[in-house]
Design a protein around this ligand. Structure first.
Ligand code: HC1
Ligand code: SF4
Length: 568
């Protein structure tokens, strides 16, 4: 332990900490802007400055290591004045129209200015203006609101290893840009939205589909079908003040029904369908000597990452479309036929924890019904805003069930929302279909949890199946490099672009951090435990879908509607 004195109090803290970490550990909250847990500290914003005895200047606590006997003042007059001046300097080159900003009420700069009593700006000078970059189907960039904290850049590089953006130019002219100065939509950005979660201000946000969805709801000619992703039910309560990790499935359904959708269905239904299709694909590849390892395909940011960085492994990727897209294809064919509705008048809307789902909807491969299979994709944040606009408070809602036709699902589908979930769901089905026996233990705990790469070996009859699960694309690279080098023992790999899986998606409520991700994951497994049916192949609505419409998994019709070949 090291002894340091924080505001005159003797504290004994572990070695190798920074001053910021030591102070936080001892209960002294030091404000920050450019610092973010999980990223390399940078010391750029100077909001976390503190006074250290013997040092002539204030030091940035996030990059200052502690040493024995150090005496630090965390909120002296000098410190408070410096922080306030730094905030005013940032504001001197920032729009002052919080009411018009996507992050009004959730902006870290706004909160700090309030807390530090910034009520006027003493500094005035030239302001930089940039056009808003709307070139991406998923992420909007409003550089006038950027405070150059670099959190987006470090997230993209260190968590996702995509390196799509960096600082460009120098001094007052510095700005954040995709490489070669390209618009984001023409860059290698994979639309994951992790930079949106990292942004402290409104510089980055999702491309909104809200107005299009209102228009569809208001149009009497349109039959508007909603699907909600597995991860949304454990996070949509947060913007309404419900505790993190609340399961709000019933209240969410009730609220969304009151918003005006004609039917409220569940992406989880299509997740069960995905398991039947992908499980069968895996079994066929094993039996017929097809390309292995099979790699899951439901995370669209991950698919774009593969296309850019690992095109040689595209044949390993499952041909299954994601549940979002399988749902859209079934809604505009099977359900339309069943109900006698012209699919031309159907609008399929999804609520996803994801920004890349907006991009996925627009891909050319996603039109197998003869129309764009999913028309609009809202993030969890956008859905919460629409509910609020309509005056609906989820806390006050009764609990209601999804509409049945495409709304019945199992625990296996529920766990899709957490890293390892798709693998666990697939194993529950693959085991029973291949062996014809009932699983002795349904929980595959080895593939659960927050470790970046997880491995397990599962005995399926006489076969030993080696599986790997990775989340966050820097972790995915570790697994893919093994496969590329021919050093992988894996038969089946799950990859999700976002840390924690979809519960940590770029469209989730802000803040989303490690602690919050873990609480949402716990909730996901509770949803699974509470459901009466927990294996996809036992879902009665899926059995009916195969009987009435698709025939059997991987049938010709399934291939036409539910599978694709991604082309780079
Ligand atoms: Fe996901 Fe999926 S689990 S990709 O994380 O396969 O977004 O929640 O909807 O499509 O089901 C996201 C979540 C989601 C799909 C499913
Ligand atoms: Fe990088 Fe993802 Fe942001 Fe694109 S959306 S810039 S890939 S973090």
């Amino acid at each position: 332990l090291v002894t340091i004195f924080i505001d005159g109090r003797e504290c004994h803290v572990p070695e190798n900490l920074t001053l910021l970490e030591a102070c936080r550990m001892e209960g002294y909250h030091i404000p920050t802007l450019c610092y973010m847990d999980g990223l390399t500290p940078w010391g750029g914003c100077r909001i976390c400055v503190v006074e250290v005895e013997g040092q002539p200047n204030l030091v940035a606590s996030c990059v200052t290591p502690i040493r024995e006997g150090m005496k630090v003042l965390t909120a002296s007059k000098k410190v408070r004045e410096a922080r306030k001046a730094n905030l005013e300097l940032i504001l001197s080159n920032h729009p002052l129209d919080c009411q018009l900003c996507d992050r009004n009420q959730s902006c870290e700069l706004q909160s700090l200015c309030y807390e530090f009593g910034v009520r006027e700006i003493r500094f005035q000078g030239e302001r930089k203006t940039h056009p808003v970059d709307t070139s991406s189907p998923a992420v909007k960039r409003d550089l006038d609101r950027c405070i150059l904290c670099g959190r987006c850049i470090r997230t993209c590089a260190e968590i996702q290893s995509v390196f799509a953006i960096d600082f460009a130019d120098r001094g007052f002219n510095t700005y954040v840009s995709p490489s070669l100065g390209l618009p984001l939509g023409e860059s290698v950005c994979i639309n994951c939205g992790q930079c949106v979660l990292a942004c402290p201000t409104g510089a980055l946000s999702e491309v909104s589909h809200v107005e299009m969805v209102w228009d569809a709801i208001d149009d009497p000619e349109k039959y508007v079908i909603l699907q909600t992703a597995p991860a949304v039910r454990v996070s949509i309560g947060e913007p309404f003040g419900m505790p993190i990790g609340s399961i709000s499935t019933g209240k969410m359904v009730a609220g969304l029904r009151r918003l005006g959708f004609d039917v409220v269905f569940d992406t989880n239904f299509a997740a069960d369908l995905t398991i039947l299709e992908e499980g069968t694909e895996f079994i066929n590849r094993v039996k017929k000597g097809g390309k292995l390892p099979l790699i899951t395909s439901c995370s669209p940011g991950w698919i774009k990452f593969m296309e850019h960085f690992y095109p040689d492994l595209m044949e390993n990727v499952s041909t299954c479309k994601s549940p979002q897209q399988m749902f859209g294809a079934m809604a505009k064919t099977y359900y339309a036929q069943k109900m006698g509705i012209d699919p031309q008048n159907i609008v399929v809307v999804s609520i996803m924890p994801c920004t890349a789902k907006k991009y996925e909807c627009q891909r050319d491969e996603m039109k197998s019904s003869g129309y764009q299979d999913v028309d609009y994709s809202l993030t969890t944040r956008e859905a919460a805003r629409m509910l609020k606009e309509k005056g609906i408070d989820l806390k006050d809602m009764p609990e209601e069930d999804f509409d049945p036709a495409l709304g019945i699902s199992t625990g296996a589908a529920a766990v899709f929302g957490a890293t390892g979930g798709v693998m666990e769901a697939a194993l529950r089905t693959v085991y029973e279909v291949l062996t014809g026996e009932t699983l002795p233990r349904i929980d595959f705990t080895d593939v659960r949890g927050i470790d970046g790469v997880k491995e397990a070996t599962i005995k399926v009859g006489g076969l030993e199946v080696n599986v790997a699960v990775a989340h966050g694309l820097r972790n995915a690279r570790k697994v893919l490099d093994l496969v590329n080098q021919g050093n992988s023992k894996y038969h089946f790999i799950e990859i999700m672009a976002c840390p924690g899986g979809c519960i940590g998606g770029g469209g989730q409520p802000i803040p989303t951090n490690l602690e919050i991700r873990m609480k949402r994951i716990e909730a996901i497994y509770e949803v699974d435990r509470n459901l009466p049916i927990r294996k996809s192949h036992d879902n009665p609505a899926i059995k009916k879908l195969y009987e009435e419409f698709l025939g059997e998994p991987n049938s010709e019709k399934s291939h036409h509607l539910l599978h694709t070949h991604y082309t780079c």
